[in-house]
Design a protein around this ligand. Structure first.
Ligand code: NAD
Length: 367
């Protein structure tokens, strides 16, 4: 009984839980629990109109478990739009494993998780994300074939970060073309926040083209390699927002485009790889638009890694083939920015509209 004191979920909590799931129009949300391995995970399948739902598995120590649900619902919805916009035969899904990766990530736990993935019979396909890598995928693959981005030695397409960085680089060039009339980056001031797997490759592309690159990371050691190879400007975290940049490229965590930071921004363009950069998609997309800052939507420009995985799934894989498909990000980005200007609505909304049109067309064809 929900009124019983011992009930673990109140009526109100249950309503908001199911309300959250149905309002975001998810097809299926699965809770996975295994006591011996301390596995607690949520797999969210947002939409499969265009193909099986693909998205990474993130391990994160959420303060409240409901935050895990909010995160997985938001991330899986983003995957639907990312795949549709990139013309992939994939739907949107994502999974979160709740807990501190240093404490809970064991082979036994990952294998148990793999068994849950397998129960979905390919409706959900997993891949690496924050705190999981291709070696973890190899462990998961002992229990299910519905896993991507395995090491090349195990017959996979390896870590997707360099592909993601290349797409982001092209997105930056398209946005620079839109704002300045030429896509040459030489001399442009570009700030890269987060020199992790993607940020490093992105900064390398930018330096090679002669941009003035400003880099920052909360872990200073991450800046050493790029600083040894190129003349970059190293700045403290949190400083990029106040610099007079041409482009701010978030490549660390999401939600850096919020009420506080947007009002500090001195750049003309925001284009980076981080997922979910807009803390509130509608409000902060609109705020950037009103400030005249051109925003290249994250799920558009960071699709390179997903395109690489898609190439491996549906074609005889070669990195060249993946790069050819990734090149299209440039034109799609320009199309989105041009439509945004004509219709006088933020690019993030335009990108969602184009993706939704593709999903609706697939639904109409199949019905
Ligand atoms: P990563 O963990 O390798 O790198 C993130 C870096 O950001 C780390 O070096 C970390 O120290 C740094 N960082 C964290 N907080 C920071 C802060 N406040 N200021 C400055 N630096 C900070 O992750 P990654 O694989 O490079 O991914 C980067 C972003 O791109 C993530 O948001 C990820 O979800 C997104 N993304 C990655 C891929 C991919 O192929 N790896 C694909 C799509 C989207």
């Amino acid at each position: 009984m929900s009124t019983n004191n011992t009930s673990f979920l109140t009526n109100q909590a249950a309503c908001s839980l199911f309300g959250q799931i149905s309002s975001s129009e998810h097809e299926q949300v699965v809770y996975c629990y295994d006591k011996p391995t301390r596995l607690k995970a949520i797999i969210a399948i947002h939409n499969t109109s265009l193909g099986p739902a693909l998205g990474g598995t993130r391990i994160w120590d959420y303060v409240h478990e409901v935050d895990a649900l909010t995160d997985v619902l938001r991330l899986s919805r983003g995957m639907t739009y990312k795949a549709a916009l990139a013309d992939l035969k994939l739907g949107g899904g994502k999974a979160v494993i709740i807990g501190d990766a240093h404490q809970i990530k064991t082979k036994a736990m990952l294998r148990k998780y793999g068994r849950f993935v397998n129960t979905l019979h390919g409706r959900y396909i997993t891949a690496p994300d924050v705190n999981t890598d291709m070696h973890d995928m190899e462990v998961i693959s002992q229990e299910t074939q519905h896993v991507q981005s395995l090491p090349s030695a195990a017959g996979g397409s390896d870590d997707p970060s360099s592909f993601t960085a290349y797409g982001t680089y092209l997105g930056i060039k398209a946005a620079v073309k839109k704002v300045y009339g030429s896509d040459l980056l030489s001399g442009r001031k570009i700030g890269v926040e987060g020199l992790g797997k993607v940020g490093f490759y992105l900064a390398t592309h930018l330096c090679k083209e002669g941009a003035q690159v400003y880099v920052t990371d909360v872990v200073p050691e991450k800046l050493v390699t790029i600083a040894q190879a190129y003349r970059v400007h190293i700045v403290q975290p949190d400083v990029l927002y106040d610099l007079p940049l041409d482009v701010y490229a978030p490549c660390a965590l999401g939600a850096t485009l919020n009420d506080i930071n947007i009002n500090r921004l001195q750049c003309s363009i925001v284009a980076g790889a981080a997922n979910n950069q807009l803390e509130d998609t509608r409000r902060h997309g609109q705020l950037l638009f009103e400030k005249g800052i051109v925003y290249a939507p994250d799920f558009l420009v960071n699709a390179g890694g997903l395109i690489n995985v898609h190439t491996d799934m549906y074609y005889t894989y070669s990195p060249e083939l993946a790069y050819q498909h990734i090149e299209r990000i440039y034109d799609t980005c320009l199309e989105v920015l041009n439509r945004s200007e004509r219709a006088c609505i933020p690019p993030s909304m335009v990108a969602e509209q184009i993706a939704q049109e593709k999903i609706d067309r697939a639904d109409n064809t199949s019905s």
